[in-house]
Design a protein around this ligand. Structure first.
Ligand SMILES: [Zn+2]
Ligand SMILES: [Zn+2]
Length: 377
């Protein structure tokens, strides 16, 4: 099989690469790993940039949602990181969908491709999640969660997870496609926004802010962004939000949202804060028959106002990741410059400086939102 793999002298591939591995919780080590070679339907990507996501922080500190060999991801030579982009440097046997030298960004989940959900395009909710080892190998892949991720120099990707990016898109911006794809997945799973329908986004983190941008691109109006930090709210304004509500200043956000929407509340809420308060606010600000998308999750069980939801025929959707090729739809808006995703990218570090970059991301040092690591030079 090895001689069926295509490589190019323009993109020499070293035998070994730098890779961060997760040891004990919150303990990362920079090691050398062998550069893997692609199999059927796979390519080798030279990682040029990788963004840090709040979920990486969860994985590094607690483990889930990462799952390696059926258990926690610690001390298993596992490399986290899932929001990466790069250049294709080797093609697996029979791959002709892509060329060496193509710049691509990647989806996280390849799924197993054979379970009921994968067959529906819901590969982010694969029934065989984590089954990719030993006798339990169903071929499932979710890079940075169940298989090796992007805090390293080279990665294997299934061709289904690749999205070609335009030449003029920077490496940093390309790492944001999967985040925009997650916002897109949430909004389209709500049934698709119809122009002129109202929407609230709670929580101006990366998914919330790009949620504002995607909702505006889909024609939602008005779009109301709710948060606690003025700086982030202002970025939301640049991404298209019609109204900004700072919960620290407003006595009753639910009432304000209602007053903006003719006293009935909004058609959709994209909930990206994941707190009990935010969830209950989301329920009370949604109009009868409206829909709520849960794009963040609380760490503990929470009490929410189910009676109000039932009495008012309010729907609630959980979403996981970037299913149903949503990244391709998000990229299409980014390619057409419907919004400037770069507004949420705040810091860049070298791959070797992962620990500092994680600190910036976790503690929001210097108002960090999206922190990106670059490899090479
Ligand atoms: Zn992420
Ligand atoms: Zn599956």
């Amino acid at each position: 099989m090895k001689n069926l793999i295509k490589t190019s002298e323009n993109y020499p591939i070293p035998k070994k690469m730098k890779a961060w591995v997760l040891c004990n919780p919150n303990e990362l080590k920079l090691v050398k790993k062998n550069v893997p070679m692609p199999s059927f339907s796979e390519v080798l990507v030279r990682i040029d940039a990788v963004a840090i996501c709040a979920t990486d922080l969860d994985v590094i500190s607690h483990g889930p949602p990462a799952m390696i060999e059926g258990g926690l991801p610690f001390n298993k030579n596992f490399t986290p990181g899932h929001e990466y982009m790069g250049t294709i440097v080797a093609l697996g046997p029979c791959v002709n969908e892509f060329n060496i030298g193509d710049r691509v960004t990647v989806e996280i989940h390849a799924g197993c491709g054979q379970c009921k959900r994968c067959r529906m395009g819901m590969y982010t909710s694969c029934h065989n999640y984590g089954l990719n080892y030993g006798e339990h190998d169903k071929g499932h892949r979710a890079n940075g969660f169940t298989t090796d991720g992007g805090f390293k120099e080279y990665a294997i990707n299934h061709i289904n997870t690749l999205i070609k990016i335009p030449d003029e898109m920077s490496d940093e911006e390309a790492t944001l496609v999967v985040t925009a794809g997650t916002s897109m997945y949430g909004l389209t799973e709500l049934g698709g926004l119809v122009s002129g329908e109202s929407l609230v986004v709670i929580g101006p983190g990366p998914i919330g802010l790009l949620g504002v941008a995607i909702a505006k691109s889909l024609g939602a109006s008005p779009v109301i962004l709710v948060g606690t930090r003025n700086k982030r709210l202002k970025i939301g304004k640049k991404l298209g939000a019609d109204y900004l509500l700072n919960v620290k200043k407003e006595k009753n956000v639910v009432e304000v949202v209602k007053s903006i929407t003719g006293n009935i509340g909004v058609d959709y809420v994209l909930e990206c804060a994941g707190t009990e308060q935010a969830l209950n606010d989301a329920i009370l600000m949604t109009n009868r028959g409206g829909k709520i998308c849960l794009a963040a999750f609380p760490h503990d069980k929470v009490k929410i106002n189910i009676p109000y939801m039932v009495i008012n025929n309010i729907y609630m959707y959980g979403i996981r990741g970037e299913g149903k090729s949503a990244t391709h739809r998000a990229l299409s808006f980014m390619k057409d410059k419907k919004f400037d995703a770069k507004l949420i990218h705040t810091h860049t570090f070298n791959l070797e400086d992962l620990k500092i970059a994680l600190k910036y991301s976790r503690e929001r040092v210097d108002d960090a939102i999206k922190v990106v690591l670059k490899t090479g030079e």
